[in-house]
Design a protein around this ligand. Sequence first.
Ligand code: HEM
Length: 161
Amino acid sequence: DVKYNDALKPLSWLFGKWRSEKGMGKYPTIEDFTYIEEAEFFPIGMQPNVEYKFYSCHPNTKAPMHRETGFIKIKPGTNHIAFVGAHNFGVVDMQEGEVKDQELSVISTQSVGRTSFNKDPEVKKTTRTLKRTNDQLEHVLGMETVKTALTEHLRITFNKI
Ligand code: HEM
């Protein structure tokens, strides 16, 4: 078993690797789509933070789709957490919130960063919930853009691998 900082106990239910064959993507301005995805969460030595990855692929061709990677920090001694994330399409996003039991929920706390040459529409805000039930992990992501109010973009349930 991996050793980790005591401050990370509230997040330990996330640790390890997860996979799903059926992610559901939608948004009012696009066609619905499906995807497969792997996720992983590992503590960084004895530091009170976690490295994470979400790696999605096309369900038929297996071509890489979206990539998100970053870190989860916890304010030691509390349930207050922060996701510090980078997306391969040129977005950086910091989300904060709370972890409680085997569930967490976070929302963007700063303006979402983007390159000068990102495609429109600009992302204004994101929300995320992660919830573990037995050996399944549900991930739901909401998004607000300059054109569209906060709406679900992604929903997926991973199995522990
Ligand atoms: C479209 C952002 C995750 C697949 C979009 C759009 C935005 C966006 C801004 C354009 C919406 C519009 O035209 O109104 C994000 C953000 C994500 C995320 C912030 C994570 C935090 C993902 C993931 C996948 C994905 C994980 C695939 C597995 C797509 C697809 C489209 C799309 C297929 C439509 C095609 C396109 O416009 O390129 N996303 N996305 N997205 N997203 Fe995401």
